[in-house]
Ligand binder design. Structure first.
Ligand SMILES: Nc1ncnc2c1ncn2[C@@H]1O[C@H](COP(=O)(O)OP(=O)(O)OP(=O)(O)O)[C@@H](O)[C@H]1O
Length: 222
């Protein structure tokens, strides 16, 4: 693989009280724009891995390099800044801000990161909301259906043009129809943006649609 997007070497994460490492990944490379499922039984290390991949937690041993930046060598503040520009996150429980409309939710991370909104951010947010099928951009998010909420979260994840999109059980709390719509949007929009997509999921109907499947078993890639 020439110039992988992600290159992991010698990653090991241990927690107190556990005999074996929660994660033990000697080597893993992902190409840019690859679409990857992360799956495995409960307790196999998926959340731990997502936290390491997104820099929410620091790798205590080994290297986790995205486009040449080794997250293991960055302190927390630098990892947060890196995540803010490089990663779009979609979580199971949406993490939207109640009381604000869809458009303001999509723009909120941009507002917090930059002192003023970057040129074109509002236009791009509106365009993304239209793309994910949210017509009433001022509707307070807490009044939306769960499927609509997750579609707002997908638009928010993409608005800053991240090179990496990580979704943690994005369809687990949605019914089949809403889940399928969110899966379609994630695959299409990540593909169009040529972003590397990593989806942690238990759901066969989603996993089967991703080009590559990483299966964790007791912290190791099977
Ligand atoms: N902070 C922690 N302290 C101690 N043990 C932990 C900690 N975080 C995770 N673990 C342990 O590490 C292992 C992997 O946990 P992790 O949450 O990554 O699994 P998972 O595959 O995401 O599970 P699930 O699908 O149930 O969410 C488990 O044995 C868990 O109990």
């Amino acid at each position: 693989m020439t110039d992988p997007a992600l290159s992991i070497r010698g990653l090991e994460v241990r927690f107190p009280g556990l005999e074996r490492p929660a994660l033990d990944i000697p080597a893993l490379d992902l190409a840019a724009a690859e679409q990857v499922a992360l799956t495995g039984p409960s307790g196999s290390g998926k959340t731990t891995f997502v936290n390491i991949l997104t820099g929410l937690a620091r790798a205590p041993r080994g290297s986790v390099a995205w486009h040449g930046t080794d997250l293991a060598g960055l302190p927390e503040g630098a990892r947060d800044r890196w995540r803010g520009t490089e990663v779009g996150l979609v979580m199971q429980e949406f993490h939207l801000f109640p009381g604000l409309g869809a458009l303001e939710n999509v723009l909120l991370p941009q507002r917090l990161r930059h002192l003023r909104l970057p040129d074109g951010a509002t236009a791009r947010a509106r365009q993304l909301l239209e793309r994910v099928g949210i017509g009433r951009t001022g509707q307070a998010v807490e009044t939306m259906s769960r499927g609509q909420m997750q579609r707002v979260a997908v638009a928010r994840a993409l608005v800053g043009r991240p090179r990496i999109i990580v979704a943690d059980e994005p369809t687990a709390s949605l019914d089949a129809e809403a889940g399928a719509a969110v899966a379609d949007l994630l695959l299409e929009l990540a593909g169009e943006a040529q972003a590397t997509l990593i989806v942690a999921s238990h759901e066969a109907r989603f996993i089967d649609r991703l080009a590559r499947v990483l299966r964790l078993e007791a912290g190791r890639l099977a």
